[in-house]
Design a protein around this ligand. Structure first.
Ligand SMILES: Cc1ncc(C[n+]2csc(CCOP(=O)(O)OP(=O)(O)O)c2C)c(N)n1
Ligand SMILES: [Mg+2]
Length: 533
C-alpha cells in the first residue's frame, strides 16, 4: 500500500471509530486518497458520503448535518483556495459551537513556498476560528506510523466535540499527501488496523462542567433564551422570552411584550441576538443579569453580568401576579400582530406566520438570517414539538440553502426552511447536487421582497437617507427564481400567502422551492405599528 492510501484509509477508519457518520467531499486531485477512502467507507455502510462541487456549499452542508445531528461531520477538500472556501462555515461553526472536521489535503511540506501549483500555506489558515489545527506530514515508507495517525484523529475529534473542555467547534486536520494519489489495488492493509474492539484508538471520556448559581425566584425574574440555550428545568416556571432556535419555554413571553414590564433579574441562557428590547434590558443598571452556559465564553455585550454558571439552584416561588402580568402582555402582543398584519399587504412576517402555523409535530424548521428569524419570533416560535435551527453564530446570510440541506438530511423527516430572497440567492449553489446524492425532504420557502428588507428597518431606512437607499441597501435584483430552480432541476412554485399553508400541507418528497412575493417598502411603518407606536 502506498503512503497516501495508507494514511487516508487509516484516518477515515479512525474517524468512523470516533463517531463520524456523515462526510462531505469536494472533488480534487490532492485529496484523491481521501476520496477513495471515504467512498469505500460509504460503500461499506460505515458512513454516508455526500459529494458537492462547491466547497462553500460543502462546508455549510457539513455544518447543517453536524448542527442537526450533534455529531462531528467531516468535510474533505483539495488544496489551495478550496480550503479557504470553507472559511465562512468554519466561522459559523466556531461561534455556534458545532463540531465540524475539516480534512484539507495538502502538498508535501517541502513544496510549500516553492511556487508549486495550487499550494498555499494551509496550516493555521483558519486562525483562531478552529479549536485545533494539526498538519500530518506524509510517511515515506512502511512501517506506517498508523498509531500516530489514529491518536491524532482522536485528539482532533476530542477538540471538535469539546470532550475535554465542553467547547465543541471546528477543527482542521491538514493532511499532506504524497504521490501516487491513487490506490495500489492489490496491496495489503495488514499491520495498520485499529483497536480490536472496533472502538477508537484513544477513548476520551467526555468531561462535564457543573457550576450552579443561586437564584431567588421570589424576585421578579425573566429568562432570556437565545440560540444554543440548553433546557433548564429549574427555570420552567419562569416567564421566558425565547428566540426561535432556543428550546420552547413553558411560559412564553412574546418579544413585543418586553417593554410592558421590567424584571429585577434576568437569567440569560444561550446567546440572544435578535431583539433590541432584550439588549436594553441587559444595559439597565437596576436589572441583575445572570448567565448560564457550559461554554468558556458568556454573553455580556453591555458589561453588566453579575454571575456566570451552568445551571441554577433556586429558592423562593414565582409570584402568581408576575406570571399573570406576562400572560396578559403576551396575549396583547399576539393580538397586535394579528391586527397589524390583517391591515397590511403581504410581508415576510405574513409568510413567517403562515409557515409557523403550518408546522406539525416532528418537523424541523431552518431559518435564514435577516428578517425571517425575527419574523419567526413574532409569529410565535419556538413551539413545542417543532425543532428550529438557525445560523446565529455569526448571523451570515450565506450558506443557508446548504445548511438547510444538511440539517434536513440529518433530520430525516420533513424540513422546512424559511429565508429571504438575498439569502436564497447568496447560496443558490446549495441547490447543486448530483443524481447519485441523497436528496432530503426539504421545502424552501423564499419570502421574496426583491432585496434586503431588513435595511428599511434600520437607521439607513429613515426617510432622510432615502436617496442612496435603494442602490446600496435595498439592492433589488429582479432575479427569476423559477428559472434558477429549473436550471438545477428543483421544482419551484410561486404561491401567495393565503395558499402557502395548503401548499405546505401537501405531501412532498425531495427538495422544492415555494416562492412568496412580498412587500418591503412599508415594513418600517408595519414594525412601528407592531411596537405600538
Ligand atoms: C454573508 C453576509 N453578507 C452580508 C450580510 C448583511 N446582511 C444582513 S441582512 C441582509 C439582507 C438579507 O436580505 P434577504 O435575505 O432578502 O432578507 P430580508 O431582509 O429581505 O428579509 C444582508 C445583505 C450578512 N448578514 N451576511
Ligand atoms: Mg429580501
Amino acid at each position: 500500500m502506498n503512503s497516501s492510501t495508507a494514511q487516508a484509509n487509516v484516518l477515515v477508519d479512525e474517524l468512523v471509530r470516533g463517531g463520524v457518520r456523515e462526510a462531505v467531499l469536494c472533488p480534487g486531485s490532492r485529496n484523491a486518497p481521501l476520496s477513495y477512502a471515504l467512498h469505500s467507507a460509504d460503500q461499506q455502510g460505515r458512513l454516508r458520503l455526500h459529494v458537492r462541487i462547491d466547497e462553500r456549499s460543502a462546508g455549510f452542508l457539513a455544518l447543517g448535518l453536524a448542527r442537526a445531528s450533534g455529531a462531528p461531520v467531516a468535510v474533505a477538500t483539495t488544496s489551495g483556495t478550496a480550503v479557504a472556501n470553507l472559511h465562512p462555515a468554519v466561522l459559523e461553526a466556531s461561534y455556534s459551537r458545532v463540531p465540524l472536521v475539516v480534512l484539507s489535503a495538502d502538498r508535501p511540506p517541502e513544496l510549500i513556498g516553492t511556487g508549486a501549483n495550487q499550494t498555499v500555506l494551509q496550516h493555521g489558515l483558519f486562525g483562531a476560528a478552529v479549536r485545533l489545527n494539526v498538519t500530518l506530514n506524509p510517511a515515506e515508507q512502511p512501517p506506517w506510523p498508523h498509531q500516530r495517525w489514529r491518536a491524532t484523529v482522536c485528539r482532533v475529534l476530542a477538540a471538535a466535540t469539546g470532550a475535554r473542555d465542553a467547547n465543541p467547534g471546528p477543527v482542521q486536520l491538514n493532511v499532506a499527501l504524497r504521490e501516487p494519489l491513487v490506490p495500489d489495488l492489490h496491496a495489503s492493509a495488514e499491520g495498520i488496523g485499529g483497536r480490536a474492539d472496533g472502538g477508537p484508538w484513544s477513548r476520551v471520556v467526555p468531561a462535564a462542567v457543573d457550576a450552579p448559581v443561586e437564584l431567588d425566584l421570589a424576585v421578579p425574574t425573566l429568562v432570556v433564551a437565545g440560540d444554543g440555550a440548553l433546557a433548564h428545568p429549574q427555570l420552567a416556571g419562569v416567564p421566558t422570552v425565547a428566540e426561535p432556535s432556543a428550546p420552547a419555554p413553558a411560559i412564553p413571553v412574546h418579544p413585543l411584550a418586553l417593554g410592558d414590564r421590567r424584571p429585577e433579574q434576568v437569567v440569560v441562557t444561550g446567546r440572544p441576538t435578535l431583539h433590541r428590547a432584550v439588549q436594553q434590558l441587559f444595559a439597565a443598571d437596576e436589572v441583575a443579569v445572570h448567565v448560564l452556559t457550559d461554554g468558556p465564553v458568556w454573553t455580556d455585550v453591555a458589561a453588566t453580568v453579575r454571575s456566570v454558571g451552568t445551571r441554577v439552584v433556586t429558592r423562593g416561588a414565582v409570584a402568581p401576579q408576575w406570571l399573570e402580568d406576562w400572560r396578559v402582555a403576551s396575549a396583547r402582543a399576539r393580538k397586535r400582530v394579528d391586527v397589524v398584519l390583517a391591515g397590511s399587504p403581504p410581508t415576510g412576517l405574513h409568510v413567517a406566520r403562515a409557515v409557523a402555523d403550518s408546522l406539525a409535530e416532528g418537523d424541523l424548521l431552518v431559518l435564514g438570517s435577516s428578517n425571517p428569524v425575527r419574523d419567526a419570533s413574532y409569529a410565535g416560535l419556538p413551539r413545542t414539538g417543532v425543532r428550529v435551527l438557525a445560523n446565529r453564530g455569526v448571523a451570515g446570510i450565506d450558506g443557508t440553502v446548504s445548511t438547510a440541506h444538511g440539517a434536513a438530511l440529518a433530520h430525516g423527516g420533513r424540513t422546512v426552511a424559511l429565508m429571504g430572497d438575498l439569502t436564497f440567492l447568496h447560496d443558490s449553489g446549495g441547490l447543486l447536487a448530483g443524481p447519485q446524492e441523497a436528496h432530503p425532504n426539504l421545502t424552501i420557502v423564499v419570502a421574496n421582497d426583491d432585496g434586503g428588507g431588513i435595511f428599511g428597518l434600520l437607521e439607513q431606512g429613515a426617510p432622510e437617507h432615502s436617496a442612496a437607499f435603494e442602490r446600496v441597501f435595498g439592492t433589488a435584483h429582479g432575479t427569476d427564481l423559477g428559472a434558477l430552480c429549473a436550471a438545477h432541476g428543483v421544482p419551484h412554485r410561486l404561491v401567495d400567502v393565503a395558499s402557502l399553508a395548503s401548499r405546505l400541507a401537501e405531501p412532498s418528497h425531495g427538495v422544492r422551492v415555494l416562492e412568496v412575493r412580498t412587500e418591503r417598502t412599508r415594513l418600517r411603518e408595519l414594525h412601528a405599528a407592531l411596537r405600538g407606536h
